[in-house]
Design a protein around this ligand. Sequence first.
Ligand code: OXD
Ligand code: MN
Length: 647
Amino acid sequence: MPEIIEQPKDIPLDNCSIPQQNKSQQTNCGLYSHIRGTNVSYGTVSSLPPLAKVFVEESVALCQPNQVHICDGSEMENKMLVRIMLDDGTIIPLPKYENCWLARTNPADVARVESRTFICTEHQHDTIPTPKIGVKGTLGNWISPSGFDQAIQERFPGCMKDRTMYVVPFSMGPIGSPLSKIGIEITDSPYVVASMRIMARMGTPVLEHLWKQEEFVRALHSVGTPSNGVTEMPSWPCDPERTIILHKPCENLIVSYGSGYGGNSLLGKKCFALRIGSTIAKREGWLAEHMLILGITNPKGDKKYITAAFPSACGKTNLAMLNPTLPGYKVECVGDDIAWMKFDNEGVLRAINPENGFFGVAPGTSVETNPIAMATIFKNTIFTNVAYTSDGGVYWEGMESSLSPGVKVTDWLGKPWTMESGTPAAHPNSRFCTPAGQCPIIDSHWEDPQGVPISAILFGGRRPAGVPLIYESRSWAHGVFIGAAMRSESTAAAEHKGKVIMHDPFAMRPFFGYNFGHYVQHWLSMENRGKVPKIFHVNWFRKGSNGKFIWPGYGDNSRVLDWVLRRCNGENCYTDAAIGRIPAKGDLNLESMKQQIDYDELFSLPKEFWLEEAAVIRNYFESQIGSDLPQEIYNELNQLQDAIAKL
Ligand code: OXD
Ligand code: MN
């Protein structure tokens, strides 16, 4: 007898009718119908490999759900989840599109919470560099093993009472790739399950693979219940006061409580693929990075793959889906947020995108800025905190030109909205969660188990002043220094307020799984493991004296990539500048640009600015990282300061 008990109710919508379940879709009859006395309402316990079963049993004992659902990743299961979320008011349908839904969160749960994100190690120094006395460390938060246990004990016992516990087996990377890793997320949120199904390979095929290897990352998540027992917004339960995101690298364990928002709850993404991932990568000799991966082909048919690390909400998705204005160029997308990179036996650095979907920032995405994303996201997508239109569609800042006349807008808080409202229609960190395979320019190798060969790495950020459009590092160590010295204007992706220039080394500041000084040492050591790519720094966001951007960005960034490709091919198209190599006048292809470009302004290196920049970097290195930062990096900084002094 199969153990699938719960049958989905009919959904009164054309685009989500539920197929009749037939025998072949049923999971096998299991040996158990209960886990620790708790009913298994979907799936079979016998499908769980022994260690996975132990994880589920322990979680059931701790969280005390009223039933357990072991996810198979099927279409039918997804329709059940949709039904549940519709009934709970977690999502509303978007009948204008095919299989699209809008979730509106509790307004207190809209972004990653960096201040409540902790890494647990025996010694603090394994997690964070020791800041100078009197300075607050900003390179991560440490929690002791006893603090870790206490945080769990204060929040988790009984936290899933009256809720279903979902068991989500998932693979980061194509199932079975030598570069992929498996996780199991346990959660009480159907929104998380439906989103994980988009963002990772999920369900039965992963469990089947797990029988062959047994090793997996454990990820426990609960949206929680406030300590007074009152869930303010039943359609989006959460516990913002007590939210905490914990990682224990030595046990490959993630524990997240109190938030349903993406980066805090879809534990395959930031928690696994970056924080735990970076610690595994350090142990195993590879890199887990906050980087997009794209393939670019020039008019001669020469194709190269590039990765790029920009901080959250700084245009990774736009670059990954670039629509080149430079004739004859083609960009194809491998991933828009995370890259796992490892040298193969020939010493070639190969990258996979461990994700299966895009969790992109919606505002600013439009047919003008990213037509490829717009062609990707209007089917099979969960939108979160965007605005809703009276014709059953979505709206956000940037979509003005596609708003049909007479259509009324309801903002992300559920209030009527007009252009005159003076508030954003969509939350600035509102998102689309959409399958990567739907992207019209998805690269044919994006699921290649061997990964794609990487020729260049770009670092970059939002720098309104002083930082040129592009410069190239003179060596690997110089490139690692450039990554370590990255700074960028803050965005809405996390809880930071206001636009301040923040240090964001390697675009990884919120995502390091271990001491940043040791991370830099690991990067330096990559040079001894294989042929390292060239490293560049880009800045699309420089403003002129009139306060306007002096580079149009978007499709015209293909001109910058063209220079990168030529440099990778050994072309002598550069001049030496104080901060690195830059294209000499005439080296950057500016032909037929719509906007008049002032090359001198775009590449100028104002002495005052760079003196200040280098001093800020030195202060940051010395006060935050001190002697944990390898001497090679201080040497690079000394060289930079000497060169600037001669400007
Ligand atoms: C993201 C982020 O969601 O970086 O990708 O915040
Ligand atoms: Mn990101």
